[in-house]
Design a protein around this ligand. Structure first.
Ligand code: AMP
Ligand code: MG
Length: 391
């Protein structure tokens, strides 16, 4: 059995990069950016009013002013603001020359002769300066991140309608087990429904990869070999769940070897997911994920995600938060790194949820994140800081 850190190092170092492609703005969300994006203009492009109100000279705030024009967003000012004058201006419009202050409509009064008076107290000038958000030629997005919806706004603003991203990897999914039937079947006798495949396909989709499902392999070498061989011809990464423990019918590692794959490890000091098995071929990686659905879920989030991030060239990772533990925690054995599901209390503490072990799938639906309990630590007092990752 190797440590989590060692397994993580092997997995991430085994990752390989795929090619790049150009996609349109509409297809860019969730993709891994590989080329920096620069702005083709200043933002704002001119001094811009941040409010609906009147643009004037700061020194004129104490006097009544003659309004010379109305400037809507989308039209440029035609008149200069001279001493004793102001322009009515809308949010987002360019501040006219001569003005260095905009006061809000709410702080104004129109006198009977049509002149304008400032009724507020001088403060912020309500002007966003040219280039204060983005300067022309400035790098607005750096490579090494998945593009988020809010990044799309930046790309759109600077006219980056095509961006260069990593190609999506294709990830194959296979489940093993004679007990499994697909979710649309009613299990009979000793059967249960296959939940891992659907869960993994959803995790693959969330990771921005292309999932390809190959079905259920029976617990015999021939069935596992047939499906694995087919998948390995078509995918970059293969996820095969179940059959990696030490039971009589846990045949996956044997098949991996017989297919000429290099087996790097078949046990990790981590809970859940100790039997995680990892092997590689020529620009291929295969994760043998433990059969229990919570183990499968966690090992995907920890190991497979890290592998896929590397593949995509992504260097920004999900943050590990330091949160106060909501209740005392203890465990009998501490030789493994543990991930336990938790919620967040209204006071912001990480509170472990009821968790019966790695088959207890509903514990995850009630969880916000996972508390990471270091190896060697068998108890933690309420109020101590613990590491937490959102799931
Ligand atoms: P295994 O790793 O094959 O020994 O499986 C460990 C446990 O996980 C057993 O109780 C299996 O029935 C269960 N299991 C294995 N594969 C799946 C699956 N695809 N969906 C749901 N449960 C599974
Ligand atoms: Mg099995």
């Amino acid at each position: 059995m190797i440590t989590f850190e060692e397994a993580f190092r092997i997995v991430t170092e085994s990752s390989f990069r795929l090619g790049k492609e150009e996609v349109s703005l509409g297809e860019a969300a969730g993709r891994a950016l590989t080329v920096a994006v620069k702005s083709d203009m200043d933002m704002p492009p001119w001094n811009k009013s941040a409010v609906d109100g009147y643009a004037c000279r700061h020194t004129d705030l104490g006097q009544e002013m003659i309004m010379v024009e109305t400037i809507a967003a989308g039209t440029l000012p035609e008149k200069q603001v001279e001493p004793g004058t102001c322009s009515r201006i809308m949010t987002g419009a360019a501040v006219p020359a001569g003005a260095d202050y905009v006061f809000m409509l709410e702080d104004s009064e129109v006198l009977s002769d049509g002149r304008i008076r400032f009724t507020g107290r001088p403060g912020n000038d309500n002007i966003a300066r040219v280039g204060e958000d983005i300067m022309k030629d400035q790098t607005v997005l750096r490579p090494g991140r998945y593009i988020k919806p809010q990044d799309i706004a930046v790309l759109a603003s600077v006219g980056a309608t095509r961006v260069t991203v990593s190609c999506r990897p294709t990830i194959g999914v296979i489940s093993t087990g004679n007990e499994l039937v697909e979710p649309d079947c009613v299990p009979a006798g000793a059967q249960i429904r296959n939940s891992n495949s659907s869960q993994l396909m959803a995790q693959v989709a969330r990771a921005g990869a292309i999932g390809k499902y190959y079905g259920i392999a029976r617990d015999d070498e021939e069935s596992i070999t047939t499906l694995m061989k087919k998948a390995l011809q078509e995918v970059d990464v293969l996820l095969i769940s179940g059959g990696v423990s030490f039971g009589d019918f846990d045949l996956v590692p044997r098949v991996m070897r017989s297919l000429g794959l290099k087996l790097h490890f078949d046990q990790v000091a981590m809970q859940p997911g100790k039997p995680l098995t990892f092997c590689t071929g020529e620009r291929k990686a295969v994760f043998g994920l433990p059969g229990n659905p919570v183990s499968t879920f966690v090992q995907f989030e920890v190991m497979v995600r890290a592998f896929l991030d590397r593949m995509a060239g992504v260097t920004e990772h999900a943050p590990v938060l330091q949160m106060s533990l909501g209740a005392d925690y203890s465990r009998k054995r501490a030789e493994r790194l543990s991930w336990i599901p938790c919620t967040v209390t209204p006071a912001g503490e990480a509170m472990p949820v009821e968790y019966h072990g790695s088959a207890h799938i509903t514990s995850l639906t009630g969880a916000w994140g996972m508390i990471i309990i270091p190896r060697g630590q068998s108890w933690i007092q309420k109020g101590e800081l613990v590491s937490v990752r959102q799931i």
